[in-house]
Design a protein around this ligand. Structure first.
Ligand code: SF4
Length: 310
């Protein structure tokens, strides 16, 4: 048997200075962690090894991951564990609402693992969580970041839209050419269509999507994704640097500079997104509460400017 030594391992890519973040140590961080453990809730912050966890948890902002901590897919970029998930926890909606109340959240982001094992892909659990939040934390705005509900019961998406989250987010993750290697269980156009359908079903819900950069995509491919998103009437775009969570995951092809992120943001704004967040450390839920307020203000300004002058 070959012994695996440090020397035998492929060298890890050194992160540039603009990616470095401080180790989490604050009281707010400890308090957020305690509450999540007490309520038996998983967070994508921990499961996906998000680099912003120190900053977000200090501000008591976390993205709750419902439907357990085990995903039925195995995307090449994602650190969430893959396998056969546990049964759905009927207390989960109540626990999410408790967290929103106890943390005094103005905005909450709820995401989930992919649950291809469930007939509705977990849609009914999203609905229950939204209802519990509306009842117990009526002032909290709700953002959901969902799987694609591919091959699920007809009304999976409609059920969630009828529950009326404030923001419906579904990430395209990368350019279509890279789907077979990076997101093999998903289909680019199905994901686009999902967001387009949400907007058609209820135009008052903000739609949002994001991609990771640094996976080997070309500049013009990124521009094309932006055009596709605008054709699907998506309001809000996030772009952040892909980071390889472990040596088993897809390698970073390149570290995109902060200046290049700014250049993409300028192009995205010109293409008509209501809001754009683009920087190396941007993640779908990074500063999501502040962004929601800006989104709302941007839409009101657009509606006001579109009104015919008296
Ligand atoms: S950016 Fe999102 S996933 Fe990352 S720590 Fe903040 S809330 Fe969690």
């Amino acid at each position: 048997m070959t012994e695996v030594t440090e020397l035998a391992r492929p060298p890890r890519q050194r992160k540039p200075d603009w990616i470095r973040v401080k180790a989490p140590t604050s009281e707010g961080f400890a308090e957020t962690k305690r509450l999540m453990r007490e309520k038996n809730l998983a967070t994508v912050c921990e499961e996906a090894a998000c680099p912003n966890i120190g900053e977000c948890w200090t501000k008591k902002h976390a993205t709750v991951m419902i439907l357990g901590d085990t995903c039925t897919r195995a995307c090449a970029f994602c650190n969430v564990k893959t396998g056969m998930p546990r049964m759905v926890d009927p207390m989960e909606p109540q626990h999410v609402a408790d967290v929103a109340v106890q943390m005094g959240l103005q905005h909450i982001v709820i995401t989930s693992v992919d649950r291809d094992d469930l007939p509705d892909g977990g849609a009914s659990q999203f609905v229950k969580v939204i209802r519990a939040l509306r009842e117990q934390a009526p002032d909290t705005t709700i953002e959901i970041l969902t799987p694609d509900f591919r091959n699920k019961v007809d009304r999976a998406l409609e059920m969630i839209v009828e529950a009326r989250p404030d923001v419906f987010n579904h990430n395209l993750e990368t350019v279509p050419r890279l789907y077979p290697t990076i997101r093999p269980g998903a289909r680019y156009y199905a994901s686009l269509r999902l967001l387009e359908t949400v907007k058609k079903l209820d135009p008052s819900i903000f739609t949002k999507s994001g991609i990771m950069l640094g996976l080997g995509e070309q500049r013009l491919e990124v521009h094309q994704v932006m055009d596709d998103m605008r054709s699907a009437d998506i309001d809000f775009l996030t772009m952040g640097q892909y980071l390889q969570p472990t040596p088993r995951h897809a390698k970073v092809a390149d570290f995109v500079t902060p200046q290049a992120f700014d250049a993409y943001a300028a192009i995205a704004r010109a293409k008509g997104f209501l809001l754009v967040a683009s920087s190396p450390l941007t993640r779908s839920s990074y500063h999501a509460g502040d962004d929601f307020d800006r989104l709302r203000a941007a839409r009101e300004a657009r509606l006001a400017s579109a009104k015919p002058q008296a």
